[in-house]
Design a protein around this ligand. Structure first.
Ligand code: DNO
Length: 348
């Protein structure tokens, strides 16, 4: 596998030169975060980003993510134009040699937490999700007060989105995902790009918005919507592992041999109650996810694609983007690399 780290671009307090010093890491997952959803990333801008990374000896291995415009998820009239822009972006990335695109299909919010910095007994901080706390959040006030890593929404914009999603139940969202994939997969495939949908985090509906990519059956359904090798998955142990309903080892055994896992996100969470969890250090002793067992199943199933440590804790006084400090992700990277090698896999 290719061990990489996520890098948020020039504004990220973690610099490429430091990422490069983590053993094995020779590439990143990144995106042109400054480009609004629905607009095309030009070849020039993509190449400029690639060159910026190359100056520090890093490749742009994975795009994480090309954002999916809400019109596409809602099935609104503007969706064809937004789909066209998404497909052109994937094509431009492929032409520049960036061959994996991670994306998600979560309405309105991406990953959601109710606290971004809970302090553990060792003084480190990490994020947590408690469903009872989520239920106390009043969406009608907008998103400013919401402790989550997500875009801010004014009360008016939020009301608009809630209204737009009123008719979008889970089945409708599936239809809209199918409509999207039917149009983008052929373009991506022709450009030599693999698509890797990210599971919903957490994997259950929030604020009344449906969430559909939540576990084994939904992974199988995504693959069947467009049965092409370029239509694939991001195997995210933190998102899938947030619920005891998912058997991650069984999922790894089922999907790795299909060749449709195109990206791996590895992190650990500890269940703390019904639909509640806290993020913990990567090793299996600290959480509810047995990363060693999952990695063994992936290696045995033949998965050999890009992998990154996902959220880390904040340790050693580091500050920065919640979940995306350098230190704990570097520790996680080494744990993953060790488990990979012990399982007989290649780490590159
Ligand atoms: C969280 C990440 C997600 C992921 C997107 C993919 O830290 O794993 O934000 O990048 O859901 O589109």
């Amino acid at each position: 596998m290719d061990l990489i780290l996520r890098w948020y671009g020039p504004d990220d307090p973690v610099v490429p030169a430091h990422i490069r010093q983590i053993p094995y890491v020779r590439g990143v997952a990144t995106a042109l975060h400054g480009v609004a959803p629905g607009l095309v990333w030009t070849r020039e801008a993509i190449v400029k980003r690639k060159e910026r990374l190359a100056a520090d000896g890093l490749a742009w291995t994975v795009t994480e993510s090309i954002p999916v415009h809400e019109d596409i998820k809602i099935g609104a009239p503007g969706r064809d134009r937004a789909i066209e822009a998404w497909a052109r972006t994937a094509e431009n990335l492929g032409a520049a040699g960036v061959r994996t695109v991670c994306y998600n299909f979560m309405p309105v919010f991406d990953w959601m937490r109710t606290n971004l910095a809970v302090t553990a007994s060792d003084g480190s901080t990490s994020s947590e999700y408690r469903h009872e706390d989520l239920l106390r959040i009043d969406l009608s006030k907008g998103m400013e007060a919401l402790p989550a890593w997500a875009e801010a929404y004014s009360a008016a914009r939020m009301a608009e989105l809630v209204a737009a999603y009123a008719d979008v139940d889970a089945e409708r969202l599936w239809d809209n995902l199918a409509y999207f994939l039917e149009r983008v997969v052929p373009v991506a495939a022709a450009a030599g790009v693999n698509l890797a949908i990210h599971p919903d985090d957490p994997p259950w509906p929030i604020f009344g918005f449906p969430r559909i990519v939540t576990g084994e059956e939904s992974f199988a359904r995504v693959l069947s919507l467009v049965d092409h090798p370029a239509n694939g998955l991001t195997f995210c142990t933190g998102s899938l592992g947030a619920t005891p309903d998912n058997d991650l080892v069984a999922m790894a055994r089922r999907f790795a041999p299909t060749g449709r896992i195109h990206f791996g996100h590895f992190r650990n969470v500890k269940w703390t109650g019904d639909r509640s969890f806290v993020e913990v250090a990567h090793p299996r002793a600290f959480g509810s996810v047995d990363l060693v067992a999952v990695i063994r199943a992936l290696v045995e199933g033949g998965f050999d694609g890009p992998v990154r440590p996902d959220h880390g804790r904040m340790i050693w006084g580091e500050t920065g983007i919640p979940g995306y400090g350098l230190h704990d992700r570097a520790l996680g990277a080494m744990y993953i690399a060790g488990a990979w090698e012990a399982a007989g896999g290649r780490v590159g």
